[in-house]
Design a protein around this ligand. Structure first.
Ligand SMILES: NC(=O)c1ccc[n+]([C@@H]2O[C@H](COP(=O)([O-])OP(=O)(O)OC[C@H]3O[C@@H](n4cnc5c(N)ncnc54)[C@H](OP(=O)(O)O)[C@@H]3O)[C@@H](O)[C@H]2O)c1
Length: 330
C-alpha cells in the first residue's frame, strides 16, 4: 500500500469548478495513453501514486481508454485497490461514454441504453460504486439531446455518478444541454474540450458560454500530445508518442512548420525561466474559466515538470502578444 506524502496539499492549487461546490486541482492526470493493457503496469502505478503525492486529486478516464479499450479503467481499479485504497474520498475520478466501445447498435454515441450500460461496465472495471463525474464524450448527431441529457440526470439520481459533464460539445449545443439539465432540476458541472496553443477553438464562444452558465472547464491535450514540449526539436525520439504504434499523435503531425513555432516558443519559455511544457500549461490556465488542465504523461518526471508550471503562471500583455505572433507565424 502506498503511503502518500503528508504535504501533498501544500503545493497544488485548487480551482472551483464553475459555480459548483467542488474544486479541482489546476493540473489533473489523464489515463488516455500509458495506462492501458499494452503498457507497463508498474510505470502506470508509479505515475498515479506520484501524481497523488503532488496533490493531483483528479484522474480522468473513459470507457475506451487503453488499448485495449477498457484496460485503463482496469489499471485504475488495480491502483485504487493496491495503492490508494482508503483514499477514495480524496479523489475525483471521472469516466466517459460516447465513442465506439462494443459491437452492434448499442455500443456507441449517446443513447440512454449505451450510457447506462457503459457506466455499469466502467464501475465494474474500476471496482467502484460510483464515479465523481460522468461525461457524455462527444455530441451525437442522431440521438435527441433530451434522451442523452435525461440519461445523465438519471445516472446522477441513481448515485452512480455524483456530477455530469459533457465533452467536445460546441458552444450552442452546450447551452441547449444546460437548459435541458436545468429543466430537469440539474446543472452541467463541467465541460471537457481540447485546448492548447495549437488548438484555440474554445476562445470563439465556448468560454463565454461556460462563464455565463457557471460551468467548469477542464481542457485536454494542453501540450498538443507532447508537441508543445522540447522533445521533438531534434526529430522524433524512439520513446515518444509519435513513434509508438498505439499513439494518437502520428509522425506526419510533427511538421516542419509546427516545429519552427515550437522552437521559438521554447526560446521564449527559457527566457521566462521555465520550459516549454510549463509555459504551455500556464498559458491554458490563464483563463479564469479554465478550472484544470488534464495532462498526459509517460514518465513520473513529466508530472513533476508539469506541476512546476504553477510556479510561474502569470503572463504580461507583451508575452501574450508575442505568443500570438509566433503562433500566427509572424
Ligand atoms: N475528452 C476527450 O475527447 C479527450 C481526448 C483526448 C484526451 N483526453 C484527456 O486528456 C488527457 C491528456 O491528453 P494528452 O495525453 O493528449 O495530453 P498532453 O498533456 O497534451 O500530452 C501528453 C504527452 O506529452 C508528453 N509529455 C508530457 N509532459 C511532458 C514533458 N514535461 N516533457 C516532454 N514531454 C511531455 C508525453 O508524451 P510521450 O509519450 O511522448 O512522452 C505525454 O504522454 C488524456 O489522458 C485524457 O484524460 C480527453
Amino acid at each position: 500500500m502506498h503511503q502518500p506524502d503528508g504535504k501533498r496539499y501544500e503545493g497544488m492549487k485548487y480551482n472551483r469548478c464553475g459555480k459548483s461546490g467542488v474544486k479541482l486541482p489546476a493540473i489533473s492526470l489523464g489515463f488516455w495513453h500509458n495506462f492501458g493493457g499494452v503498457d507497463t503496469r508498474e510505470n502506470s502505478r508509479a505515475m498515479a501514486r506520484h501524481a497523488f503525492d503532488l496533490g493531483i486529486t483528479h484522474f480522468d478516464l473513459a470507457n475506451n481508454y487503453g488499448p485495449p479499450p477498457g484496460s485503463a479503467e482496469e489499471t485504475m481499479g488495480y491502483i485504487l485497490k493496491n495503492d490508494l485504497s482508503g483514499y477514495r474520498d480524496e479523489l475525483i475520478i471521472s469516466t466517459k461514454a460516447g465513442y465506439d466501445m462494443w459491437p452492434g447498435p448499442y455500443g456507441d454515441w449517446g443513447s440512454r441504453k449505451f450510457l447506462m450500460a457503459s457506466l455499469d461496465q466502467s464501475l465494474k472495471r474500476m471496482g467502484l460504486d460510483y464515479v465523481d463525474i460522468f461525461y457524455h464524450h462527444r455530441p451525437d448527431p442522431e440521438t435527441p439531446l433530451e434522451e442523452t441529457i435525461g440519461a445523465l440526470c438519471d445516472i446522477v439520481h441513481s448515485g452512480k455518478a455524483l456530477y455530469a459533464g459533457v465533452s467536445n460539445y460546441p458552444p450552442e449545443l452546450t447551452g441547449k444541454a444546460e437548459d435541458l439539465m436545468k429543466s430537469m432540476g440539474m446543472h452541467i458541472l463541467i465541460h471537457q474540450p481540447k485546448y492548447s496553443m495549437f488548438e484555440r477553438w474554445i476562445e470563439d464562444g465556448l468560454l463565454k458560454e461556460l462563464r455565463d452558465d457557471g460551468i467548469g472547464c477542464i481542457v485536454f491535450s494542453p501540450l498538443a500530445q507532447g508537441l508543445l514540449t522540447n522533445k521533438y526539436l531534434e526529430g522524433i525520439p524512439a520513446d515518444s508518442r509519435a513513434a509508438k504504434p498505439t499513439g494518437f499523435l502520428r509522425p506526419e503531425q510533427v511538421t516542419h512548420e509546427r516545429i519552427e513555432k515550437v522552437r521559438r516558443l521554447n526560446e521564449m519559455a527559457r527566457a521566462r525561466g521555465q520550459n516549454l511544457a510549463q509555459m504551455a500549461l500556464a498559458w491554458v490556465l490563464r483563463h479564469t474559466e479554465v478550472t484544470s488542465a488534464v495532462i498526459g504523461s509517460s514518465k513520473v518526471g513529466q508530472i513533476d515538470d508539469s506541476v512546476k508550471a504553477l510556479e510561474h503562471a502569470d503572463f504580461t500583455r507583451e508575452e501574450l502578444g508575442r505568443i500570438d505572433s509566433i503562433l500566427a507565424g509572424k
